[in-house]
Design a protein around this ligand. Structure first.
Ligand code: CTP
Length: 416
């Protein structure tokens, strides 16, 4: 790889949108005028060096502080939309978001704990706290050094060799989530894990049970959002990582096929579905154990419970024998995601019925509303809701085709 400034600038132009490129140039100018330094770092730079468009823009500020970040946001016409006590900021400018972190050193007091952030520091110190060489490079954005790459651990060489390598022997013991990250990157990028890194990974893999459920959950979500999620999960399964964490996740052929078929579209909703697929074949005790271990929120808990209830229901009832209103009544209490999960595990006939509910039945509206029913002489009270439902069910079953038929039905009800 040619590491000249010229080549890098060309790549930046090629793999960033013109708006983002201009924004980074502008940020660099402002930061240099204020005697500080600014770098493109982490996955953003790695992806550009791999000839890919990065999905996020991660910047590191050296010699700056929160006041400077605020001034920078104002200078580029953006707004700080997030700020943490760990010196990290998110700035939104029109449609773009950039993440800025002040350069820092981290000290891990015990394996798996969150680091203490010790001091502001140089870019080299900041790169040293990172996980793998390919993520530990920085590209200068200030005008006097624009495009020059700081690569203290030979990340470019590892990109060329297509390998994931830790930058120091304590990397996995400092932060065992990196074990999950190493597998994820190696499969996503089709890189091998370097020999020594792999031996350290095996040496420290039991430390993975020291990390909090919350952090495991975050890494698991990142994994299931990857295109190669099934390969990553299988690899973790083969390394017995789930056993070490105490999660009874069983990756078999059926689950793998479904995971491969899955097209990720929406964050969160798709996360629910994918976690539901992963836990579909487990018994309820193990599912509860997973929700507790990973601190999954109430939406996850409801989705996973609903999934199991629908699964049981489908084992006992032949859905293709039911009329539309019965399908509606049976599925209406449940979350859509739970129905989608079940459709992945069902035969074509059943999954067609589940999709009929999701795409059509669920959106049906009653032919008359409450005030229309009142105007026909009904008295206010809970009966109105019942009549509305009866009308809806008749509409779903094709017994009521228009408003007139609905009015006749209401009159019959009221006269009976
Ligand atoms: N990082 C780290 N150790 C971790 C998590 C993150 O050293 N446990 C560092 C890495 O340098 C990484 C950067 O923080 O590049 C940003 O982390 P993240 O946003 O998780 O990853 P990206 O680099 O953006 O990579 P991607 O989103 O493509 O997975």
């Amino acid at each position: 790889m040619n590491n000249s400034k010229l080549d890098i600038s060309k790549r930046l132009k090629k793999y960033l949108s013109p708006q983002v490129f201009d924004l980074l140039v502008k940020c660099g100018i402002f930061i240099e005028e204020n005697s500080a330094n600014l770098f493109l770092v982490g996955g953003s730079l790695r992806d550009i060096l791999l000839n890919k468009s990065p999905k996020d823009i991660d910047l590191t500020l050296v010699n700056g502080n929160s006041e400077l970040v605020e001034k920078l946001a104002a200078y580029i016409g953006g707004q700080i939309i997030f700020k943490s006590q760990f010196f990290t900021y998110k700035i939104k400018v029109k449609n773009s978001v950039i993440d800025i972190t002040e350069a820092r050193k981290e000290i891990y007091s015990s394996p798996g704990s969150l680091p203490e952030i010790t001091s502001k520091c140089s870019i080299d110190d900041d790169l040293y706290r990172r996980d793998f060489t390919v993520n530990s490079m920085a590209l200068s954005l200030i005008p006097s050094k624009f495009g020059s790459v700081t690569d203290p651990f030979n990340g470019i060489n590892d990109i060329n060799k297509k390998q994931i390598r830790i930058i120091h022997d304590n990397s996995f013991s400092d932060d065992p989530t990196r074990i999950l990250r190493a597998i994820r990157y190696s499969i996503r990028l089709n890189f091998k894990i370097d020999y020594k890194t792999l031996s350290k990974l095996n040496e420290f893999k039991n430390n993975i049970n020291l990390i909090t459920g919350f952090r495991v959950k975050n890494e698991l979500i990142k994994i299931i959002r990857e295109d190669s999620r099934s390969k990553i999960l299988l690899s973790l399964h083969n390394l017995k990582i789930f056993d070490i964490i105490g999660l009874k996740i069983n990756i078999n052929n059926q689950i793998n096929k479904i995971l491969d078929k899955f097209q990720f579209k929406k964050e969160y909703t798709d996360d629910l579905i994918l976690i539901g697929i992963l836990t579909y074949n487990l018994d309820i005790e193990n599912i509860i154990n997973i929700t507790e271990k990973l601190y999954l929120d109430s939406t996850y808990i409801k989705t996973l419970r609903d999934t199991q209830e629908i699964k049981l229901f489908l084992q006992n009832i032949k859905l293709d024998n039911l009329n539309n209103s019965s399908i509606y009544k049976s599925l209406n209490p449940y979350k859509d995601e739970a129905i989608i999960i079940n459709s992945y595990f069902s035969n074509t006939k059943v999954s067609n019925k589940l999709n009929l509910y999701l795409n059509k039945l669920k959106y049906s509206i009653p032919p008359l509303n409450g005030s229309e029913i009142l105007s026909l002489g009904a008295k206010e009270g809970p009966r109105i809701k019942e009549i509305i439902n009866e009308l809806l069910y008749d509409k779903l079953d094709g017994k009521i085709k228009n408003k007139n038929q609905a009015i006749i039905k209401v009159k019959q009800i009221l006269n009976s």
